[in-house]
Design a protein around this ligand. Structure first.
Ligand code: EPZ
Length: 419
């Protein structure tokens, strides 16, 4: 078993280069299944979700060449099976994107129910509704999803809930469908725009991604031959922005799109931090105790749920009592028990948590309960006095490339230790 051992407190200072976005990359890889040819994807984050995505593609028949740690060339000319490996697809959430892509390309797919972070109920009814509206039949038996269609036909689909996954999955299915598909009440996250840009580069005709109405004019074929670079990770950038505030440090984050960080920037300024927006880099520094604030998580462009635990660390240390209302997931406050072991005073009730700010945290053995909870514990460990041991690193490794290396470079005393 591995653990991260963090000795604090440290003020984080220096530069961090932000990686490509996990939640875009895990959709771009299955999207390549729609291409009858070869393409290259660059700025891929080197994380375990990407390694598993590649293995799934290879089992389906894709040929993958690693050009460097962050660049792969994928040849999806020959798809050899419509059964996705159940053991791999159950390992993470985004494996469900093979459904949309394979329905579009092959008209058929058999895949295990997706895994991923346990954040409460994670139904996929909106995905299924979209596929069925396009003309597919979808059934669920003993944890396996079977989806089939003779030829998908464009239609209009109103999403009952704003869902990142359902928007991307239905968009993938609609790219090669006959006619025009309109997705109404679509999610607007940067990774949705990234997937649409990628598909358009390969010959798709998708308009309106980034707004709540996406129009997809079906095309006969997607061609390969292009190179695409994954959008910078909004959530990794936000994690370091909040780490700068929590540790009263000074960080310059390079390779980011600051437009994607506006909701985070606004909250950092509200709690007394400073932000210098340079367009493709952002500097965040803080030289006083953060003040209290109230947060409500919302779909983009609102405050992202994936930064809620990291913001929770800042509010644990703030002057006064703050609240967070988690409006996306039913169960995303499990990390508060871990922060309380470190001296925080947080009371979580259902979808609300109350943070009575303390002056400092102290080290303790803690458990990462999901990906972003793990990142929050790393931030908490750097602010805390003494030694914090963080367990369950498999969650963190799914979404953060070389987290200890990046934190070490900006002054954290952090080691990965094998027990
Ligand atoms: C994506 O999950 C992200 N994952 C999550 O990031 C993120 O927390 C979430 O979007 C919200 O931003 C990936 O992109 C791989 P949703 P997703 O469908 O697509 C309900 C991380 O830490 N819903 O937008 O699964 C659902 O229960 C991860 O990187 C339905 O009811 O989220 C939730 O309440 C964790 N029916 C809400 O919608 C459906 O069919 C939003 O979920 C689909 C979703």
């Amino acid at each position: 078993m591995e653990k991260l051992v963090v000795t604090g407190p440290t003020q984080l200072k220096g530069e961090v280069v932000i990686s490509g976005a996990k939640n875009a990359a895990v959709a771009l890889l299955p999207a390549t299944l729609l291409i009858d040819g070869v393409c290259t994807i660059e700025n891929l984050p080197n994380i375990s979700d990407i390694q598993i995505s590649c293995k799934i593609l290879e089992e389906l028949g894709a040929k993958i060449t690693w050009n460097s740690q962050h660049s792969i060339t994928i040849d999806t000319t020959n798809i050899v099976t419509t059964k996705a490996p159940l053991d791999l697809t159950s390992k993470f959430r985004a494996s469900y994107y093979v459904i949309g892509a394979m329905l579009g390309r092959m008209g058929e797919i058999e895949v295990g129910m997706p895994g991923g972070c346990k954040l409460g109920a994670r139904p996929i009814d909106q995905h299924i509704k979209g596929f069925e509206r396009l003309g597919a039949t979808v059934s669920l038996e003993k944890g396996t999803i079977y989806a089939k269609a003779k030829k998908l036909k464009g239609t209009s689909i109103y999403m009952d809930i704003v869902s990142v996954g359902a928007t991307i999955n239905v968009m993938l299915a609609a790219v090669l469908a006959k006619g025009t598909t309109i997705i109404d009440n679509a999610a607007k996250e940067p990774h949705i725009v990234d997937v649409a840009n990628f598909l358009n580069t390969m010959g798709a005709d998708i308009r309106g991604a980034g707004t709540d109405v996406i129009k997809i004019n079906g095309v006969e074929k997607l061609h390969g031959g292009a190179t695409y670079s994954v959008v910078p990770d909004q959530i990794e950038a936000g994690t370091f922005m909040l780490a700068a505030v929590a540790t009263r440090g000074d960080l310059l984050l390079k390779n980011c799109i600051t437009k994607h960080l506006e909701s985070i920037t606004a909250k950092i300024i509200e709690v007394g931090g400073n932000v210098e927006d340079n367009g493709d880099s952002i500097r965040v520094w803080c030289n006083k105790r953060p003040s209290k604030a109230n947060i409500k998580t919302l779909p983009y462009p609102g405050f992202p749920t994936d930064l809620q635990p990291q913001m929770g660390v800042v509010l644990s240390l703030a002057n006064g009592t703050s609240t967070i209302n988690e409006s996306i997931w039913d169960s995303r406050f499990q990390y508060t028990d871990e922060l309380n072991k470190m001296g925080a005073k947080i009371t979580a009730q259902g979808k609300n948590a109350f943070f009575e700010g303390v002056k400092k945290l102290h080290g303790a053995p803690v458990y990462s309960t999901d990906l972003r909870a793990g990142a929050a514990l790393v931030v908490a460990g750097t602010t805390a006095e003494g030694v914090t041991e963080i367990y369950n690193l498999q969650h963190i490794d799914r979404g953060y490339e070389n987290i200890e290396e990046k934190f070490r470079k900006i002054g954290a005393k952090i080691e990965r230790v094998k027990e």
